[in-house]
Design a protein around this ligand. Structure first.
Ligand SMILES: Nc1nc2c(ncn2[C@@H]2O[C@H](COP(=O)(O)OP(=O)(O)OP(=O)(O)O)[C@@H](O)[C@H]2O)c(=O)[nH]1
Ligand SMILES: [Mg+2]
Length: 368
């Protein structure tokens, strides 16, 4: 099958250093690749970004149009969260170059990745809800944003331009999906209460996407969940058992969706029920990719999202994964900087530090 060809467009405010801008673009590229697309070109511009008004000016519109024709671009991704109306206008202005052109913002891109990686009914519903909210009443149902992949994302369009009808349809659909999610959340809530009653301790793996949460989960529980060098490999919450010899008892451990910068609130909201496992955990294990040059920024982003979820006060241990071959100086530096979070250095790949992690859980959990 023909791999979808992508053109990335990024406006970079002057406040962003070159280093940060590069990290940002790399991540955008990694997102497109996680989706299965091929990045064939990139358009950047240094200027301030305005909340109102179009993301790019008329000069850039022409430049992008030319590239669409020359490089046979299928999809343009704008590295921001953009008003659906502006996306629609851009799509129209590039119609001549490619009548099938797709114009996505960051949320669209993430939603498309999500829809590829969703395996459970709950994850599909969460994506559907996020997509409907993102598209808004006017666009939803016209099938213009997420229609190509169809499948898991609701695009049963009303197929007419009656705005009132569309709005009503949109609201009804949202309500239906929300009700279904509420039921699932209630089931989960009951399950968590039961665990609490019987005194089962739970630990939740959280962290930036691709840090190695699922790899660690598999290692600890003996399960075989999907692990991939892709962003958002995991979308569903899963829970496994782990025996702690020190306590001579079993605990529960949960793995869930990873975080990312500029994760729109709409998406966090839609995934609340999945994240509930972390909201109820006795202890959070914050898994960090210690090989990542952007490690420190990513730690901050995760902390910010924990605050938004109001779980920043929960007891947390930092787990520096992928630390095979890490140099000693770096260990000392990290230990010092993150002392508050009792940092541990592990490698799921080599097994380094896993015993120590289990011992730490044995020590901490009785008090958690
Ligand atoms: N070098 C190295 N790579 C690792 C280690 N642990 C995991 N990985 C790799 O890191 C990548 C991401 O692993 P996952 O376990 O899917 O990461 P995740 O945090 O669950 O990612 P999402 O579900 O996408 O949020 C995979 O390619 C793993 O093979 C490690 O200790 N060392
Ligand atoms: Mg995962």
């Amino acid at each position: 099958m023909h791999r979808q060809k992508f053109l990335l467009v990024s406006i970079m405010p002057h406040s962003l250093s070159d280093h940060e801008a590069l990290i940002d673009l790399k991540e955008l590229k990694a997102l497109v690749e996680s989706y299965g697309g091929e990045v064939v070109d990139l358009v950047t511009q240094h200027r301030e970004v305005h909340d109102k008004g179009p993301y790019i000016g008329s000069g850039k519109i022409t430049e992008v149009g030319e590239l669409i024709a020359k490089q046979q671009i299928d999809t343009v991704v704008l590295n921001a969260i953009i008003h659906p109306g502006h996306l629609y206008d851009m799509k129209n202005s590039w119609f001549k170059q490619n009548p099938q052109i797709e114009v996505w913002d960051r949320v669209d891109l993430i939603l498309h990745i999500f829809s590829r990686h969703a395996h459970t009914a709950e994850a599909r519903l969460q994506i559907e809800l996020a997509a409907m909210r993102h598209m808004g009443p006017r666009i939803y149902g016209m099938g213009h944003v997420l229609s190509r992949q169809g499948g898991s994302i609701g695009t049963r369009g009303v197929g007419e331009t009656n705005t009132e009808l569309m709005k009503r349809h949109w609201r009804e659909q949202i309500k239906q999906v929300k009700d279904k999610l509420k039921k699932l959340a209630a089931d989960r809530e009951r399950l968590m209460q039961r665990r609490e009653r019987i005194g089962l301790k739970t630990v939740s793996l959280i962290g930036y996407t691709n840090a190695g949460k699922t790899s660690l989960f598999n290692r600890l529980t003996g399960k075989k969940k999907y692990v991939k060098n892709e962003l958002f490999a995991t979308l569903d919450a899963s829970v496994g058992k782990l025996y702690l010899p020190q306590l001579q008892e079993e605990i529960l451990i949960s793995d869930t969706i990873g975080f990312i910068r500029n994760l729109p609130t709409k998406l966090i909201d839609a995934f609340k029920s999945t994240l509930m496992e972390s909201l109820h955990a006795d202890l959070l294990l914050h898994v960090i990719d210690s090989k990542d040059p952007a490690m420190e920024t990513k730690i901050e982003i995760v902390e910010k999202i924990l605050q938004e979820l109001r779980i920043a006060d929960k007891k947390q241990i930092y787990i520096f994964n992928k630390s095979e071959g890490i140099d000693f100086q770096k260990i000392i530096q990290i230990r010092e900087k993150y002392r508050k979070y009792a940092p541990l250095f592990i490698s799921v790949k080599t097994g380094k530090g896993i015993e120590e992690l289990l011992a730490t859980l044995g020590n901490i959990l009785p008090q958690a």
